[in-house]
Design a protein around this ligand. Structure first.
Ligand code: C2E
Ligand code: MG
Ligand code: MG
Length: 592
């Protein structure tokens, strides 16, 4: 009889649940095999490899790596003792527990089996209750040994063995998904000084920092779709920790996590009666850029760590030199962006939106700009994604909303009849209650200004299927704010959202308008027909030519925006357009 079930050991094969154990039954009498298996199935076990051919037993053991072998001693051709002996000589099989099943009460034979490392005995004919109890004890002891072998006793964290397995698994996954894996080596700076404070001081520090790192890693918001892809903190048994990030988009993400870990470590604590503010340095290696195996990745992260430590304490160093430069550049830019709003380096430009049939000026999109003191004008395409990676986008978004409302108020005070002003809002701004509070605060002096606002959201918000976001959108609508779906067609459009969420406007992405001449006109026609049927105002972005505008006119698009009519302008220049439109009697209404 051959194996009954093919087994796939994909993840590290530690025994997490006892009834997940793989049991192998070897007995020359197939009736016995069937009987024992039936008893064990009754007890909840599901994974069996069975054979009544003692000759093939060893091969099956090597192939399937069961957790326990229930081994008959008296078999023809190859005896149970021979199999046991061969198993104990093979280091790869040494961890497998063997329950010897025998009808013999021969003391000599039992001693020989024990001498060869049998784990326990079962007397034939097998008593089902005893069978289940002895097997459970054997498996529990095995699970405990395995857990011990994979845990650092001081910190209770996984040890390097466990980390290596986790990393191996993570690398396999990353190879498939094409993502990056980062290995971080985190070492406490000046650990020797702490140890000099007295017995136990170093241990206490390592335990506390282990907790801090663990919490920081949990809070790092690294989504993992399965356990093998989640971050892991491990201890190397000395003064260093290893952090695995099995699913990141790019190396810079690892640097951001490293910074977060450093911040979590550097809070004061009391150690051996002294107040300390520990710091740590971190070395980073990346798969696939730096290396492809766990041992190489560990080693290179350590090289990076040591390299960083030459420059002092609290260092972060990547193995790849250009990563350091890139990461540093990015981190500097982020820090500067953080200060940009306070320093008055951010400002808004306004791009006209016009009615397709009449050409009337009906609105404007506020577009953010950053005047960097050294770099000059930085485009939002560069700094918005940077801001989105941290919570900075929320602060910046608040500023944009307030500024747009302030500008509306200023135009109103000049006596201009107000266009609808669109403000781009990032998905992250919708997560908290902050947006509504900011809006209410901004329009406190003149609530009617809210009715001149339109918020442009991207399809990203539809991915966070979120009651709270729907509630927020409804509250915005109650205040007279309009909602627009920006860049329509470029993201993961989920059409059911379109009519569940209260949008007023749909913006056809520039890429569609650009490609009109290349034969995607039917697609745009379909978008317009669908938008019309759902009652949306349709706005085309990035209209650069008269031919595009003519096509949109025939297709029944409501509004357009683009270089054909106007580049984004400073508020003053836009106000002049507005003033002449007012004088020329441009109608303020267009489309549905
Ligand atoms: P978006 O909201 O789709 O804005 C339209 C972009 O197309 C703007 O680029 C605009 O200048 C550009 N554009 C307009 N007409 C034409 C045209 O005829 N031809 C071409 N080639 N381009 C045209 P910009 O200002 O660089 O903004 C890029 C993106 O940055 C925006 O895309 C928006 O997603 C984001 N963004 C800008 N300001 C803000 C803001 O205040 N907050 C947030 N969260 N995102 C913003
Ligand atoms: Mg926009
Ligand atoms: Mg757009």
């Amino acid at each position: 009889m051959g194996p009954r079930q093919a087994l796939h050991h994909t993840q590290p094969s530690t025994l997490e649940r006892i009834d997940d154990a793989v049991l192998m039954l070897v007995d020359d009498d197939s009736l016995n095999v069937d009987m024992v298996q039936a008893h064990l199935e009754d007890a909840g076990y599901r994974h069996f490899v069975t054979t009544s051919q003692s000759r093939e037993a060893l091969d099956l053991i090597r192939h399937h790596r069961p957790d326990v072998v229930l081994l008959d001693l008296q078999m023809p051709v190859v005896s149970g003792l021979e199999i046991l002996g061969a198993m104990r000589e093979d280091p790869g099989l040494a961890g497998i527990a063997v329950l010897v099943v025998t009808a013999s009460i021969d003391r000599e034979q039992r001693l020989r089996a024990l001498g060869l490392g049998a784990t326990d005995f079962l007397q034939k004919p097998v008593d089902p209750v005893e069978l289940v109890l002895r097997l459970r004890n054997t498996l529990e002891a095995k699970a405990w040994r395995e857990r011990l072998a994979r845990t650092d006793l001081l910190t209770g964290l996984p040890n390097l063995t466990a980390a290596t397995e986790h990393l191996q698994w993570g690398l396999t996954q990353a190879q498939r998904s094409g993502r990056t894996v980062a290995v971080l080596q985190v070492a406490v700076d000046s650990f020797g000084d702490v140890q000099a404070l007295g017995a136990g001081a170093g241990d206490a520090l390592l335990q506390e920092l282990g907790r801090r790192l663990q919490n920081a890693l949990r809070a790092a918001d690294l989504v993992a779709s399965n356990a093998g892809e989640s971050p892991m903190l491990a201890s190397d048994g000395g003064e260093a920790y290893t952090v695995l990030l099995p699913q990141i988009r790019q190396g810079e993400d690892a640097v951001l996590v490293a910074q977060r870990l450093q911040r979590s470590v550097s809070l004061p604590l009391e150690c051996a009666g002294q107040e300390l503010t520990p710091t740590c340095s971190i070395g980073i290696s990346l798969y696939p850029t730096d290396a492809a195996t766990p041992s190489d990745l560990f080693a290179l992260a350590r090289v990076a760590l040591n390299q960083g430590r030459r420059d002092g304490h609290a260092q972060i160093c990547c193995y790849a030199a250009d990563m350091n430069a890139r990461a540093r550049q990015k981190l500097t830019l982020m820090a500067e962006l953080r200060r940009a709003a306070q320093r008055g380096e951010l400002f808004l430009l306004y791009q006209a939106k016009r009615c397709v049939p009449t050409g009337a000026l009906v609105g404007a999109e506020a577009l953010l700009r950053w005047q960097h003191p050294q770099l000059g004008l930085v485009s939002p395409g560069e700094f918005i994604p940077l801001a989105e990676e941290s919570d900075l986008i929320v602060e910046i978004g608040d500023w944009v909303l307030r500024e747009a409302v302030r500008q509306l108020g200023a135009w109103k005070a000049e006596g201009l009849s107000l266009p609808r002003v669109s403000v781009n809002v990032s998905a992250k701004q919708l997560r908290g209650p902050g947006l509504l509070a900011t809006l209410d605060d901004a329009v406190r002096q003149d609530q009617s200004l809210a009715t001149r606002l339109c918020l442009e959201l991207t399809e990203g918000i539809m991915l966070q299927d979120d009651q709270a976001a729907a509630g927020l959108l409804a509250a915005l609508c109650e205040r007279g704010v309009q909602l627009s779906l920006d860049d329509f067609g470029t993201g993961y459009s989920c059409l059911s959202y379109l009519h569940r969420l209260p949008f007023h406007e749909l913006k056809i992405d520039r890429s569609f308008v650009t490609a009109l001449a290349e034969g995607n006109a039917p697609l745009v026609t379909a978008i317009i027909a669908m938008g019309r049927a759902l009652g949306f105002r349709l706005v085309a972005e990035g209209v650069e030519t008269e031919a595009q505008l003519q096509w949109l006119r025939e297709a029944g698009c409501d509004e357009y925006q683009g270089w054909l009519t106007s580049r984004p302008l400073t508020p003053d220049r836009f106000a002049r357009q507005l003033a002449s439109a007012n004088a020329g009697g441009d109608s303020q209404s267009c489309g549905p």
